[in-house]
Ligand binder design. Sequence first.
Ligand SMILES: Cc1cc2nc3c(=O)[nH]c(=O)nc-3n(C[C@H](O)[C@H](O)[C@H](O)COP(=O)(O)O)c2cc1C
Length: 241
Amino acid sequence: MSSLTSTHSAEADASAKSRFAPVVSEAGTSVTDTTRPPTATSDPAGPTPDDRPRVGVVVASTRPVRIGRQIADAVVDLAVFSGVPVAPRILDLRDINLPFLDEPTPPSTGQRSLSHSQAWSQTISALDGVVFVTAEYNGGYPAPLKNAIDFLKDEWADLPGTIVSYGGAGGVSSAAQLRTVLTQLLVDLADVDPAIRVRSRHYGEDRTLLDAAEVVAASTAELLTAWGWVAQRASARAAAR
Ligand SMILES: Cc1cc2nc3c(=O)[nH]c(=O)nc-3n(C[C@H](O)[C@H](O)[C@H](O)COP(=O)(O)O)c2cc1C
């Protein structure tokens, strides 16, 4: 794997360039966004444009044709346009591209001997909060997310977070499983787990979402409650740094 910084920088550079220009989504549809505030930055360990808390938005699904990134982008946009006082950073596990856990010692030892482990550790350690955006696969959450979680241990402890799931029934079974794991790792989870219902009519012929913002908007109340909780806790954590 190349370094996290380089993969994220490339994506963020593209994002920064496109912020006030036409954007091509994974669905291949172009939208012109002239209002998006300059919030998301590419380098999770890099400086934020201000002192807002850094909140990572983890994209759990890594399939070549997926809706996870569309959902995550729409969840971020909702927070930004609603004025939630955070600096969100997309952490797309497809780009981060961790191998299956290959550290020789258990993560509980705190030893991170491999460059990709060190980069992932630094990425999470630099956060003040985290939002997990997860699909539901056969009643559980995607394997790449479990792998990414298992790479680390103490990095997760006390990190304010929330779980945003999606699926035919909102992905609630996936969220429940993820909650069990994150609770064991002492992630400071919000009480509410926003569950986004995705219907077949929301998909285009290419199996991506026709309008991710519309799909996400149906869960606005829960999402803003969760974002608000994370923002408040993350702000306190950032102030204590
Ligand atoms: C392997 C697999 C298993 C799935 N299992 C479920 C499931 O248990 N519940 C559900 O609501 N949807 C399930 N789906 C449908 C997904 O919700 C849908 O494909 C969604 O687009 C997956 O998110 P992604 O596109 O980000 O990967 C499954 C999809 C896949 C690929």
